[in-house]
Design a protein around this ligand. Structure first.
Ligand SMILES: O=C(O)c1cccc(C(=O)CC[C@H]2O[C@@H](n3cnc4c(=O)[nH]cnc43)[C@H](O)[C@@H]2O)c1
Length: 231
């Protein structure tokens, strides 16, 4: 389970009773919950999140206990009205929204330049089960390197990604690391602020972290019981 910061990791950890052991990695540390998941505060932004997640995946594989699923979790900005404050969004697509080139005719995704990928799709069946169990809305979660701070940018993202419900900063990086290891990925976000004009007074980080804890309380049996062959 990869979050950006320790506060998110600890919000997830509150859903899993059991002692925690810290396992050091290059540049990060896994919190291993006995009888529960491995939790990683992977850092803010797609690059650091990818590097930390890759380190955890590699260490697990070399240790003979590879992961079967990578979950990116944390707070996010929600596109109103689909994703109000405190609501949960589960990604049916994880899309890098600003990976590409700006041209006089608009933004070109990196795939149009002939490189790589901009979207990872979590297993559909798992997304459905998580949505049902946690009461999360399925939709695209955008990964951005710059938090949206104007109505204009929010409108531009909406126009380019009509299915977007949320934006955050790590999902695509975590998904790239998971894909390199052939491991499925899931992204679950609790909405802490609206995507749009910058307004720090509108953040509800405490409520979003509580929503994350409650969600993982409901999701433990879904995640434990999920078989990759179900897809
Ligand atoms: O300074 C600001 O205006 C501002 C607005 C929203 C979030 C931030 C952060 O520094 C938090 C980044 C952190 O939390 C996730 N997150 C939460 N809300 C958003 C968002 O609206 N857009 C992108 N990321 C968001 C993100 O995944 C980071 O881990 C600052």
């Amino acid at each position: 389970m990869a979050t950006a910061v320790p506060a998110e990791r600890d919000a997830v950890a509150r859903a899993f009773p059991g002692p925690v052991r810290e396992v050091p990695l290059p540049g990060a540390a896994v919190h291993r919950v006995a009888g529960g998941p491995d939790l990683l505060a992977a850092g803010v932004g797609p690059a650091l999140a990818a590097a930390s997640t890759a380190a955890a995946l590699t260490a697990a594989a070399l240790g003979g206990a590879p992961y079967g699923l990578v979950v990116c979790a944390g707070i996010a900005g929600g596109f109103p009205p689909g994703a109000p404050l405190g609501s949960l969004v589960v990604a049916d697509e994880i899309t890098a929204a600003d990976l590409g080139a700006e041209t006089a005719d608009g933004f070109l995704p990196v795939t149009d330049l002939g490189f790589g990928t901009v979207t990872h799709r979590p297993p559909e069946g798992l997304v459905r089960r998580v949505a049902a169990a946690a009461g999360a809305r399925p939709g695209t979660v955008l990964t951005v390197s710059t938090v949206t701070g104007t109505a204009g940018r929010a409108a531009e993202l909406r126009a380019r990604h009509p299915g977007a419900l949320a934006e955050a900063m790590e999902g695509f990086g975590v998904a790239e690391a998971a894909a390199a290891h052939g491991v499925p990925v899931l992204e679950l976000r609790a909405v802490s602020n609206p995507v749009g004009p910058r307004d720090r007074a509108a953040w509800r980080i405490g409520a979003a972290l509580t929503a994350l804890t409650e969600a993982f309380g409901k999701l433990a049996p879904v995640l434990e019981g999920w078989n990759p062959h179900d897809q």
